[in-house]
Each structure stands twice: as C-alpha cells, then as structure tokens.
Design a protein around this ligand. Structure first.
Ligand code: NCD
Length: 303
C-alpha cells in the first residue's frame, strides 16, 4: 500500500500495512501536537467536499498548518504543468502533498518528482486509497472485525458505475487483501466482465445479491465521466440497480448500506435508504477524518 512514504493506491494492497493504519485510525491514536510546525498542502485540481475538508481537519487536528490550492486561482490555469506546480509548492517548505487530479496516474507521476510524501486523494478513474481505508474502517466497526481487521466471510457488493470509479478500484484491492469476498454489480455498460481482472466476481443481477451481502456499497453515477451517457434513464436505472426500500428490506440482519458520497438520491439509492437504519453513510464521513489523520502521520513518519 505504501510506496516509500507515498500513499498512492490499494492495488495489491499489503494487508499488514492496511491493518496498522486501520488500527491507528480506529483508536484515534494521534494527539493534537504530533505535526506541530509541519505544513500540509492540499492540491485539489478537481472538485471535492468531504475529501478536501476531511484532510484539512485531519491535518489541523494534528497541529499542522494547511495550505489549499485548486486549479482555478493557481497557475495551472495558465498552463503550468502538474509537476511544476507540485515542485513549486514543495520548494516553499511544505512537508506533504495531498493531491486530487482528473488524470489517472497523476499522483504517482508527481510522487516521482518531489521529495516529500504524496497522498492520493483521488486520481481520475484510478485510485482513491483513503476512501477505501475509510470504508474498511466502517466495515470493520459495523461487523465487529476491529480486532484483527480480518474480513474473511464478509461479502461486499459494490454496485453501480464501477467502470468509472476509483472508489471501487481501491476498495476491490483493499477489501480483497483483508480477506473479503467482493462482487462488482451493475449494467454491462458500467460493469463489464473485464473488471474481473480486479480479482472480484462480476454480476449484472442485483436482485440475486441483495440478500447475500453483508455490505451494499452504492456508487454515484459519474455524470462528469460519461456515466450519464451509459444511462438510458435515471428512473429505469433506479428500478434495475438502485437500492430501493424494497431491496433494502431484503438485506440480511446486520448488513449495512454504504455510499462514499456525493449521492444522487433517487438514482443509485433511495433517500429513505440513505437515511435509514442500515446506513452508515454519515459514519463514513466521520471515519474519513480518522483515516486521514493516520495517513498523514504515517506518511510524515516514513519520510
Ligand atoms: C468519490 C470521489 O470523488 O472519488 N467521492 C469521495 O471522495 N467521497 C466518489 C464520487 O465522486 O462519486
């Protein structure tokens, strides 16, 4: 999972490294002065609500200063390259970069050109490791696996616009490393059979899975990545692949509903299900701060 001091993705994730980070996040092990005098730069070249704010709060909770840069208002809009932008920020004495970019692979590219840790906060359709770690934290908590973070026997079904989803790719790598069974589900256009290369089962039949899953993880249709073009109609999609009240009622006792946000209510998930008793969607947001604190602290310790 760690690549030196960089946290870039969860493909082929190392279970021991993931378990260490999850234990530290779960225990909220770090206090308010651990990163005193350090500066973390958020380079968010793509929109974000929860990821950006949670990295900011996490860094501030550890005593670090935070500087924020987006593509609007930075020299990126004047044609400066991502690498030159990252290198410029590094030269000002920043200690770590948190990077979100629209290009798959951007964070790894930047990491090869700077001497400070890079944490991938979502790169195109590629990886989003701190989201997957946040999801694993919540799965472990909900299913009583916080002792060893061993997810064997748990069946996680990830539903929706999988092909566009960095969240699904990171979760597939991480949850499989922790021992879970992972099934990817959606219409063939959004969930082609070739995704089995992620080491997961692929299905197009949500109704056959609803009463099998310990976790139903619903994904946003990525309209900005062409997901809308793969959609005949939102209403038809909801009927075939949405987590409706009827489907949620068929879930197993103790099974949970997740969504990384932002949600399209009434498309991939019914509003009543998102707000219902099985939903841990708000816990996911809370857990995001704990995971990002641990990720920042470990990245800086490794550097
Ligand atoms: C996701 C993202 O941006 O990758 N959201 C998030 O980080 N919580 C998923 C999405 O945009 O649908």
């Amino acid at each position: 999972m760690w690549n030196g001091h960089h946290l870039l993705g969860c493909r082929g994730a190392d279970a021991a490294q993931a378990r260490e980070l999850l234990s530290l996040a779960h225990a909220d092990a770090f206090g308010g002065t651990e990163l005193n005098g350090r500066t973390v730069a958020n380079l968010f070249f793509e929109d974000s609500t929860r990821t950006r704010v949670s990295f900011t709060i996490a860094a501030q909770n550890l005593g670090a200063r935070v500087v924020d840069l987006g593509s609007k208002g930075s020299s990126l809009s004047k044609g400066e390259s991502l690498i030159d932008t990252a290198w410029t920020i590094e030269s000002m004495g920043v200690d770590a970069l948190v990077v979100r970019a629209a290009q798959s692979g951007a964070c790894e590219l930047i990491s090869r050109h700077v001497g400070i840790p890079v944490i991938n906060a979502g790169d195109g359709m590629h990886q989003h490791p701190t989201q997957a770690l946040t999801d694993a934290l919540n799965i472990g908590r909900a299913h009583g696996r916080t002792g060893g973070w061993d997810f064997s026997g748990l069946h996680v079904v990830i539903v929706g616009d999988v092909v566009s989803s960095r969240v699904a790719r990171s979760n597939a790598g991480l949850l499989r490393a922790l021992g879970a069974r992972v099934t990817l589900c959606g219409p063939a256009m959004m969930c082609p059979g070739s995704l089995s290369e992620l080491g997961c089962e692929v299905s197009h039949d949500l109704d056959a899975l609803v009463d099998q899953a310990d976790v139903m993880m619903m994904l946003r249709i990525q309209f900005e990545r062409g997901g809308g073009a793969r959609l005949a109609s939102s209403r038809l999609y909801h009927a075939c692949y949405g987590l409706t009240l009827g489907r949620a009622a068929r879930m197993k006792d103790g099974a949970i509903v997740m969504h990384p946000g932002p949600m399209n209510r009434g498309v991939e998930i019914a509003g009543e299900v998102a707000d219902g008793s099985r939903s841990v969607i708000r816990d996911q947001v809370e857990g995001g701060v704990l995971v990002r604190k641990a990720a920042l602290k470990l990245a800086l310790d490794r550097g």
